[in-house]
Design a protein around this ligand. Structure first.
Ligand SMILES: [Zn+2]
Length: 256
């Protein structure tokens, strides 16, 4: 265990205030010291995530008040380094950030922010905030009962059909992330010049076609699970421009 004194307290305080579960960060005594070391970059990531998560809570609280019959129950975010377990399976740098409906938690690796800017070429704090907002959007889908329904259909169909449903789930999450961006701008005035472009650029960089092309493969639409770069940007903008949950109904859209 490499964190002690003030570092440990800072991380505990962070978790306490922001609804972030930091136990994986604190339970690292069994792994090699090098990967257990909590670096400045990890702390910055933790701080950033806690602020972003708090922002999403305020935003979704507002949106639920205005558009949904029922209060918003925030998600918990599990911030870890290296590997950890979830009811949805193991989490690691290789899985990337994900939301697990089983325990209503978002799993986020501190190293992801470095990957995002170095390997995926999506620099900027708003790009990172967009990723957090996208995962929170899956939680919103879960709270609205959409995720459970879609996933139960996915279990009854073939792989290609299951992938197609996955694309609609993901594009809706991008659309919800757009709603968050719009609301965040209104509530906090927190968007700087170029922020929106950062988010749109991040959405573009993580489109299935772009990811497959960048890894030297020919894009194969039937294997897409998140949608193309163009679709991801488009749905983010639908959410951003409308601010309306019903406008994000990717499941009944003819054209994605
Ligand atoms: Zn997603």
């Amino acid at each position: 265990m490499q964190i002690g004194g003030l570092g440990l307290l800072a991380i505990l305080a962070l978790g306490y205030f922001a609804g972030i579960d930091v136990t994986p960060l604190l339970e690292q005594s069994s792994v090699p010291a090098s990967s257990a070391t909590i670096t400045q970059a990890d702390k910055r990531a933790g701080m950033f995530v806690s602020v972003t998560l708090a922002d999403t809570e305020e935003v979704w609280d507002q949106v639920f008040r205005a558009q949904v019959d029922g209060a918003y129950r925030p998600a918990t975010l599990v911030l870890y380094k290296g590997v950890t377990q979830s009811p949805c399976g193991g989490a690691s740098g290789a899985t990337g950030p994900f939301y697990c409906p089983g325990d209503r938690k978002i799993y986020l690796d501190t190293g992801f922010f470095i990957t995002l800017s170095n390997q995926l070429g999506a620099k900027g704090d708003f790009a990172a905030a967009y990723v957090v907002a996208h995962e929170v959007a899956h939680h919103v889908q879960n709270e609205l009962g959409i995720l459970g329904k879609a996933n139960s259909v996915r279990q009854r169909v073939n792989q290609a059909e299951s992938n197609a449903i996955s694309v609609r789930i993901e594009l809706q999450a991008d659309c919800y992330a757009g709603i968050w961006a719009r609301q965040a701008e209104r509530q906090f005035g927190s968007l700087e010049q170029g922020d929106l472009q950062e988010a749109i650029h991040a959405a573009r960089q993580i489109g299935d076609d772009t990811l497959q092309r960048n890894s030297g493969r020919t894009p194969m639409p039937h294997t897409f699970t998140h949608g193309t770069s163009m679709q991801r940007v488009r749905w983010f903008e639908v959410g951003y421009q409308s601010g309306d949950l019903t406008a994000c109904d990717t499941f009944s859209a003819d054209q994605l």
